[in-house]
Design a protein around this ligand. Structure first.
Ligand code: GLN
Length: 191
């Protein structure tokens, strides 16, 4: 399994560490040619407006959209989730789209810009999953075909639609690799 981590901006390194622990070969992706021989891709957290601008500038957007259409798995965390959402509630910004969700950026307000929570994520098993939220977005609407994997205070914070996976939180910032392992299982299935 060859997994890419988009590394235009944001926290790419920790994702690569987690994916390697799960047994995947990992590549940091900066150019569209690198996508060709990948099985799956992680779009990390960072600043979605910045990552979006860089995707646009380097012409990587259409190549990534094609990558998703080919059925290969893509996992967007935090800013990555914003980029994969079909709608962003707020000022217009460049996104890739792909998942039928609407997200709200920085939805937890200033006083709670960063926090941790133990979440129930049934697809990962019984043990709660320690989730780190950093100026995190929230999923405020899920369309048909979107599976809610985890909620926090009644709102969706991790969803899947076909080969696409997103989470508001950063699974790469703890030692628990179950979310990455789940993603690689999705990638193996190839939708
Ligand atoms: N607040 C950032 C954004 O809106 C996301 C933060 C993150 O990725 N940790 O893009």
């Amino acid at each position: 399994m060859k997994a890419g981590v988009l590394s235009l901006q944001g926290a790419a390194r920790e994702h690569a560490v987690a994916l390697k622990k799960c047994g995947a070969e990992t590549v940091f992706v900066k150019h569209r040619e690198q996508l060709d021989n990948l099985d799956c891709l992680v779009i990390p957290g960072g600043e979605s407006t910045t990552i979006g601008k860089l995707l646009d500038r380097f012409g990587l957007g259409p190549a990534l959209q094609e990558f998703m259409r080919s059925g290969r798995a893509v996992y967007g965390t935090c800013a990555g989730m914003i980029l994969l959402a079909n709608k962003v509630d707020g000022p217009p910004q460049y996104t890739l789209g792909g998942m039928e969700i609407t997200v709200r950026r920085n939805a937890f307000g200033r006083q709670r810009e960063s926090f941790e929570a133990d979440l129930e994520i049934p697809v990962l098993g019984r043990e709660l999953f320690r989730s780190v939220f950093i100026r995190a977005p929230l999923i405020i609407r899920t369309g048909a075909g979107v599976e809610v994997l985890a909620t926090y205070r009644g709102r969706a914070v991790a969803t899947r639609q076909g080969n696409l996976l997103v989470s508001s939180f950063h699974p790469e910032l703890t030692d628990d690799i179950r979310m990455h392992a789940y993603f690689l299982r999705l990638a193996e299935k190839k939708q």
